[in-house]
Ligand binder design. Sequence first.
Ligand SMILES: Nc1nc2c([nH]c(=O)n2[C@H]2C[C@H](O)[C@@H](COP(=O)(O)OP(=O)(O)OP(=O)(O)O)O2)c(=O)[nH]1
Length: 309
Amino acid sequence: MEVVAGVIHDARGRILLTRRTAGRDLAGLWEFPGGKREPGESAEAALVRELHEELGIEAEVGEPVITVPQTYPHKRLRLDVRHLRDWRGTARGREGQALAWVPPHKLASYAMPPADRPVVAALGDPSDYLVTPAPVDGPRWLETLERALAGGVRRVQLRGADAGSAYWPRLVEQAVQLCRKAGAEVLVNGDVGLARRLGIGLHLPAAALREAGGARPVSADVPLAASCHDLDELKAAEALGCDFAVVGNLRETPSHPGRAGIGWAGFARLREHVAIPLYAIGGLVPADLAEARMHGAQGIAAIRGLWPS
Ligand SMILES: Nc1nc2c([nH]c(=O)n2[C@H]2C[C@H](O)[C@@H](COP(=O)(O)OP(=O)(O)OP(=O)(O)O)O2)c(=O)[nH]1
């Protein structure tokens, strides 16, 4: 089932959600207005038609936000979400549905269908997730991180030293200061104790995900993420309450020669079965973002692709 929905802003920057009426699938949940494409109908034409039927507005369809493949108990769908370039008229619930104009930062507090969680993340959270390379030279590593932040990176995973090395905690502390100054979210790879001590997020390698025993290892006010390679790991990350996960490898990379990538089709197949936002990793660069979004990714995670040279 192909579904298309629109992100409708008012003059104050609020976004329109509509509530699914009683008696329908997913009744009572809030969603982006839109509906099913008819056979032979383009996504743009379907969205214009649906918004007119449901809300009485005339819409001009704009840029894509994200396309989310999703499996529900009784159906499989692809939710193609578009910005509107412009719209005219007064939006009202022509089918008896409730309307809510929601400030972007409050979208996540509305109960929505699973496919909408990646949509809300795509509208507000960073599309790039930088994973730091191993620090060979501490000061140079910090200086390069600072340049990445100056270039716009807003989500960072600090990774790269052998656990227990004497200099790593101090380097992490300095990196955290740089990230905070830039307003970037920061997670440390693997080290729960260090994450708790510094009050930062935690990124779990897949193996640690299995050892976590089902309890969220850090509080809900700092980010928790995980690296996943298959559906079992993704389900475990979701059950643990991860805010997002990284899935790969997308392409074969120089660091894993001979390990074939899952490709975008493989990524989308995994995406269908969970609702958490996912970054793709493995040989990706910022220019891959549009294709990533078309397959339901929040964006790209990378070491080389996001670390300034
Ligand atoms: N319009 C819209 N639909 C969404 C969103 N998220 C999401 O999972 N969906 C699902 C719900 C529906 O299964 C499908 C949209 O179908 P629809 O709203 O046009 O039709 P419907 O209720 O008659 O669907 P159905 O009961 O016949 O399955 O997409 C969203 O944000 N907007």
